[in-house]
Design a protein around this ligand. Structure first.
Ligand code: SF4
Length: 462
């Protein structure tokens, strides 16, 4: 629902493409679930009230196929002798270790229910929500369309709940989850109950860290009495709910484009890093670590300590410029279809305005001199990322990129209060930036800056 009107929006998180389609086209896509041939798809769409010709359907589905949004059922695989790529396997049963000294006080503002393109429910969770709140309707959206398949017809696959101006359809106007309100926390989808905790198997233990994507995560820093990240009774990974996603840290890990280290060496290095005292400016320290990594892990730890001068502006500007380019593209797209009251649109415009201005070398030189606005929050932001191995995320390709990304985000968040506009006055800059970059693929700026890849052109296409 966008400003009270029904719209069908397809997000392709792989290509970051946003496609807005009409009701007739949606009827075709919904019928193309892998159970019918093209004639059957047309019959199913027609039965659903969408009159469409066979040729028209063929052309439309071919155009989706060209974009990788629809795939043909593959032919049975021919036997091949080429070996599969090796994957690091989960460890059998490990101690569970939550981020020490931290508990979360959720402010129940519902911010995190208004940030992501798609809120996923497992099918039983969707059925439970519909049973708990049988009269829940978002505008004219019928009950049968309150949940739509995320892909194909895979039995038991996840479904996407209808969104209302970018917010989950079960979010009430006061920021409360209506499912939680009606039937308690256990009735919510598991993903919502677990969020923002993250679970990482490093081969020695399963660490429970936190995504710093919500203001309440940072507001909880130095406060006690909140909720633990994981039930204290759970001490072994075998006790975790099977639906909890545990990411397995790869082995080996790329530290720079030239250097790879065994996982256990990187795990030990991160432990040493976490045991070190926090320097006065963690953004400068992260950047200095990234600079030092080519000389080895020990050199990077040395770079973390003590006072650091600001880095060369010319070294940082390409990263900010790459972020500005991606943010500008994303916000132009959002402005074409998102409501003005949509949090994603407002936060994106704020970030884009900040990055576009700060890519000016003179201004960026000034930003690099800005001291931390809240040193404890910034230190926690880096500690949570290190504890949860966010700097080792395979998406970055190498730890060096992960460290540069941390530094750039900290500097931009320090500049963001200068660019506050209508609708973002109550936002917490660092967590809003972190959430938006991850949710909409804008984090890839760090790869653009490294490889100077041009940013994809704007969409959506109708
Ligand atoms: S189900 Fe509830 S907690 Fe989950 S996103 Fe929707 S409103 Fe938020």
């Amino acid at each position: 629902m966008i400003d009270g009107k029904v719209a069908v929006i397809l997000f392709d998180m792989g290509s970051e493409e946003v496609l807005r389609i009409g009701e007739r086209e949606w009827a075709l896509v919904a019928a193309a679930d892998g159970t019918r041939d093209i004639e059957g798809i047309v019959i199913a769409a027609t039965r659903g009230g969408a009159r469409v010709e066979l040729d028209e359907a063929r052309k439309f589905l071919a155009s989706l196929e060209d974009r990788g949004l629809v795939v043909r059922i593959p032919e049975p695989e021919a036997k091949t002798s080429s070996p599969k790529t090796e994957e690091t396997l989960p460890s059998p049963d490990l101690p569970v270790r939550p981020l020490p000294g931290y508990s979360l006080s959720c402010d129940r503002s519902g911010r995190c229910c208004r940030m992501y393109s798609t809120v996923l429910f497992a099918l039983p969770e969707a059925e439970r929500a519909a049973a708990v709140l049988p009269d829940r309707r978002i505008g004219p959206v019928s009950r049968t369309r309150a949940f739509l398949p995320v892909r194909g017809s895979i039995p038991g696959g996840a479904v996407a709940v209808v969104a209302n101006n970018g917010a989950c359809g079960y979010l009430d106007s006061d920021g409360a989850c209506s499912i939680h309100r009606a039937a308690g926390a256990d009735a919510k989808p598991k993903g919502c109950s677990v969020f923002p905790a993250m679970f990482i198997d490093d081969g020695e233990e399963v660490r429970v860290s936190i995504k710093t994507e919500c203001a309440c995560v940072l507001n909880s820093v130095n406060h006690s009495g909140g909720e633990p990240l994981v039930d204290p009774a759970i001490t072994r990974s075998s006790q975790l709910d099977p639906v909890v996603v545990v990411t397995v840290l790869p082995d080996p890990i790329s530290v720079t484009s030239e250097r790879t280290e065994p996982r256990k060496v990187v795990v030990a290095w991160i432990r040493q890093w976490l045991d070190m005292p926090t320097p006065p400016d963690v953004a400068r320290a992260c950047w200095a670590m990234a600079d030092a990594l080519p000389s080895g892990l020990a050199a990077a730890l040395e770079a973390w300590s003590g006072e650091r001068a600001a880095p060369e502006t010319a070294a940082v500007v390409p990263f900010v410029a790459a972020l500005a380019r991606r943010a500008a593209v994303r916000t132009r797209v959002d402005a074409q279809w998102r409501s003005e009251v949509d949090r994603v649109r407002r936060v994106g415009a704020w970030i884009a305005a900040t990055a576009v201005t700060c890519k000016d070398p003179q201004l960026m030189a000034e930003v690099l001199q800005v001291p931390p606005i809240d040193a404890d929050r910034e230190a926690f932001f880096v500690r949570a990322a290190a504890f949860g191995y966010a700097v080792c995320d395979e998406d970055f390709g190498e730890v060096q990129c992960g460290l540069r990304d941390l530094a750039v985000k900290l500097w931009l968040a320090r500049a963001m209060p200068t660019f506050v506009s209508e609708g973002v006055q109550d936002e917490e800059p660092l967590s809003a930036l972190e959430a938006w970059l991850r949710a909409y693929g804008v984090w890839r700026y760090v790869l653009d800056a490294k490889t100077s890849t041009p940013v994809p052109s704007p969409n959506p296409r109708d």
